[in-house]
Design a protein around this ligand. Structure first.
Ligand SMILES: NC(=O)c1ccc[n+]([C@@H]2O[C@H](COP(=O)([O-])OP(=O)(O)OC[C@H]3O[C@@H](n4cnc5c(N)ncnc54)[C@H](OP(=O)(O)O)[C@@H]3O)[C@@H](O)[C@H]2O)c1
Length: 231
């Protein structure tokens, strides 16, 4: 049985990823969220998957919480880490109406936390054979994508792209594959009801793209459907 860790697992794309990996049948899913006791949709998956799902408390911005997760998994090799948790940020993120404190918080969640979480779990990832690290970014962080406003969100995703491409180079010698993914425009609380694809479609595409990724793809940026994404 392979082990994967998914952050932001209580709703949206994260919850769909949990369901997807449970349905694949050969994974033990470590589903992480800030308040597992209130995560009704996630908890509903437990009875049918006893012994194949563990819920963990994880606030990705909180070092104590991140360290506690690493400790709880002591000695457990991890085959796949999906850094999925993310926020859109404040409504005030235009040039002339910017909430700078909220921008910093958006950076803490979207750009800094994926490194914080990955670094804490590196011993577990290195202990597995050819483990993978997948970070959910966004097309909105691609410099090649035109678009105005939403400075906080766009810049935080551009930053995580750079962060993970640095990390990819640093972990290559350990046999790890580290990739970035745009999940599509997804019907979630973040994507809204008019988005193009369902969380289930996004999760299936993300999982297939991760599965296909080899060490030759280390440092790559992909769309949910497996196509390469421009930087
Ligand atoms: N939906 C889209 O169209 C779209 C497009 C491009 C990229 N993305 C990216 O895809 C990922 C998933 O998005 P989504 O649409 O599923 O968003 P969502 O429905 O808003 O869910 C976001 C998830 O992140 C969690 N989260 C936020 N801050 C956290 C923290 N500090 N610690 C731990 N968990 C935290 C939330 O937990 P709580 O319930 O506790 O808040 C929730 O589980 C994000 O990285 C997002 O930026 C989404």
């Amino acid at each position: 049985m392979k082990h994967c860790i998914i952050s932001g697992a209580n709703r949206g794309v994260g919850l769909a990823l949990v369901s997807h990996y449970l349905a694949e049948g050969n994974w033990h899913v470590h589903a992480c969220c800030r308040q597992p006791e209130k995560a009704d949709a996630l908890r509903a998956l437990v009875p049918a998957n006893l012994g194949r799902i563990t819920l963990h408390t994880l606030d990705v911005t909180d070092q104590t919480s991140v360290d506690a997760l690493a400790k709880a998994l002591d000695g457990q090799p991890i085959d796949l880490l999906i850094n999925n948790a993310g926020i859109k940020g404040s409504k005030q993120q235009s040039r002339d109406d910017m909430d700078y404190d909220a921008w910093a918080e958006t950076f803490a969640v979207n750009a800094m936390a994926p490194l914080r979480v990955t670094e804490a779990l590196l011993p577990h990832l290195k202990a597995a054979e050819r483990a993978k690290i997948a970070t959910i970014s966004s097309q909105m962080g691609a410099i090649c994508n035109a678009g105005t406003g939403q400075y906080a969100y766009r810049s935080s995703k551009a930053a995580v792209n750079k962060v993970m491409s640095i990390l990819a180079q640093e972990v290559a010698a350990d046999g790890l594959t580290c990739i970035l993914l745009h999940p599509g425009w997804v019907k979630t609380d973040m994507g809204g009801p008019h988005a193009q694809i369902t969380p289930e479609e996004s999760a299936a595409g993300i999982a297939a793209t991760i599965e296909k990724a080899t060490q030759g793809d280390n440092g790559g940026f992909f769309k949910w459907n497996g196509e390469a994404h421009g930087w």
